[in-house]
Write a protein of this length. Structure first.
Length: 155
């Protein structure tokens, strides 16, 4: 009997010390798991943001280039209309369909000066708008149409 209380104190003391060390180790491991998990979440969110940003930039660039191509096709159609009919004018604008896209073309005679015509073609694709302005000279004697300037203008 004399050994039982001493033994139980020794075992109890060892368990309490062991439990305290285990609890401290468990708290450290839990803190480390939270730290590593937080870093992993941060890396994941950063990668998701970068991928989304890259994709939207790529699609925006593609839509912008497509809008420029559609506006160019509209401007070429406007010049072609003038080659076919030197006095052609449409200040309201007509549409040039290209697949699912459309360019709106206006042609103004004697603008900016007499004997010249201004062709303005506008196209919008996914919020990206492009506008081209072409000034052509029309020779009244021969009827020859010559491009004086071809430029992209702001909208």
């Amino acid at each position: 009997m004399f050994l039982a209380p001493v033994l139980s104190k020794a075992v109890y003391g060892r368990c309490r010390t062991h439990c305290t060390r285990s609890c401290s180790t468990g708290q450290a491991v839990l803190s480390l798991v939270f730290l590593i998990g937080g870093i992993a979440v941060l890396v994941g969110v950063t990668l998701a943001f970068l991928v989304t940003s890259f994709l939207s930039t790529s699609f925006g660039f593609e839509a912008s280039q497509r809008a420029l191509a559609v506006a160019t096709a509209g401007a070429e159609d406007g010049v072609l209309q003038l080659v076919r009919n030197k006095s052609f004018s449409d200040a309201v604008g007509y549409s040039v369909p290209l697949g699912n896209d459309t360019a709106t073309v206006t042609i103004t005679q004697n603008s900016p000066t007499g004997g010249q015509a201004t062709v303005v073609s506008t196209a919008a694709i996914s919020g990206n708008r492009r506008r081209l302005q072409v000034i052509v000279s029309i020779d009244p004697a021969t009827g020859q149409v010559s491009v004086v300037s071809w430029q992209q203008t702001s909208i």
